[in-house]
Design a protein around this ligand. Structure first.
Ligand SMILES: Cc1cc2nc3c(=O)[nH]c(=O)nc-3n(C[C@H](O)[C@H](O)[C@H](O)COP(=O)(O)O)c2cc1C
Length: 356
């Protein structure tokens, strides 16, 4: 386990090993969520991720918002995680069309999207974003980032995955706009590019900023080259990069290609992190179906990522990292996908192999 348990860094943030607990909406109460994340921190993760909406119109009601009302909660959680030798990452999340109005944090208005095309998951017509909505969404990402920085959170992660708002702008299947945010690849990358640049400009150069990307949508809308184009296109004029670490997952929720179910070979999606790492020179977190130490070590040894990203492994066993380090048997995630089905139905998750 010499790769897994060597120290690393997310920008200026030093971390104790290469195991990042990736974003997972849980539907837990705030207290239970904090308890779970602190247990994963105590269980040896280098960093643990909480999901927080940037807009009440872009997240389920059973999630938190990264707003001023939650600064104290984030501060307390970040301190508690740090006291266990880990760091808190907040994923800044906007669901776009991937939500039902009745389940939104603010159910008064329908979900927003680049174009009025229903999500296959929720089958509801979203409202097409106006220029004012786009400007407001960018401001919401910036405000949320500043709340996290103010709360002393270790790092923020911009969500650009799985069919949520930023990715809906990238794909020509969900973006039919005729203004400067639609049409050519350059135009479709404009909104996520502006979010990245605005967030970095707001938090300053020293704060750790990550992005989570789907390496491809696995729907024929965009490929890994387009994600590389997004990341290359946001470089600062001096060639430096506004992103410190790219966390790379698979495709969109609605893709018919299995990405995280039990029949997916463990570690078989980490090639996407490798391609993005090679295409940008940025450090990467390789994810999906990494459910034991041998696989995790192999993924790092073959250079697919600088970190491994593990989600359900921590749900099955919050002591995942410590147990690997000490050669103990882990309670292994069986990839039954009960948890992801529950979260997409806006229910609290229940792990088949570990009751909370
Ligand atoms: C219940 C559940 C909720 C998730 N919620 C999010 C989310 O809000 N944002 C995100 O980027 N990924 C989310 N994911 C994806 C995970 O971070 C991870 O990429 C995926 O589960 C594959 O990794 P694993 O095999 O280690 O679980 C979620 C996954 C699960 C199982």
């Amino acid at each position: 386990m010499s790769y897994l348990f060597s120290g690393g860094a997310i920008g200026n943030l030093e971390v104790r090993n290469r195991i990042i607990m990736t974003a997972m909406q849980t539907g837990f109460s705030m207290e239970k969520e904090a308890e779970f994340l602190v247990s994963c921190a105590a269980g040896g993760a280098a960093a643990v991720t909480i999901v927080a909406g940037v807009s009440p119109r872009g997240v389920f009601y059973n999630c938190i918002l990264a707003d001023e009302a939650h600064t104290e909660y984030l501060k307390g959680l970040s301190d508690a995680v740090r006291a266990r030798g880990s760091h808190l990452i907040v994923q800044l999340f906007h669901s776009g069309r991937n939500a039902k109005q009745e389940n939104l944090y603010d159910p008064a208005l329908p979900p927003l999207a680049p174009s009025p095309i229903p999500s296959p998951l929720y089958k509801q017509l979203p409202e097409e974003m106006t220029a004012v909505d786009i400007a407001e969404a960018k401001r919401q990402f910036v405000d949320a980032a500043l709340v996290c920085k103010e709360a002393g959170v270790g790092a923020i992660e911009i969500n650009c995955t799985a069919g949520y708002l930023l990715t809906e702008f990238i794909s020509p299947l969900t973006n039919l706009r005729t203004d400067k945010y639609g049409g050519s690849l350059e135009n479709r990358l404009r909104f996520p590019s502006e979010v990245i640049k605005d967030v970095r400009a707001a938090v300053g150069q020293d704060y750790s900023v990550m992005i989570r990307v789907s390496g491809t949508d696995l729907l024929g809308g965009y490929e890994v080259e387009d994600v590389i184009a997004l990341l290359e296109g946001v470089r600062n004029p001096d060639g430096s990069h506004p992103i410190d670490l790219v966390c790379v997952t698979g495709g969109w929720h609605e893709s018919k290609i299995p990405q995280i179910s039990a029949d997916v070979e463990p570690g078989s999606f980490t090639y996407l992190a490798r391609e993005i790492k090679d295409g940008t020179g940025l450090p990467a977190v390789a994810c999906n179906r990494i459910n034991d130490g041998e696989i995790a070590e192999r993924v790092l040894a073959r250079g697919d990522g600088d970190f491994v990203g593990i989600a359900r492994g921590f749900l099955a066993d919050p002591d995942f990292a410590n147990k690997l380090q000490h050669g103990e048997k882990i309670n292994r995630c069986i990839a039954c996908n009960q948890c992801i089905k529950q979260v997409l139905r806006v229910q609290e998750i229940h792990c088949t192999v570990n009751e909370f």
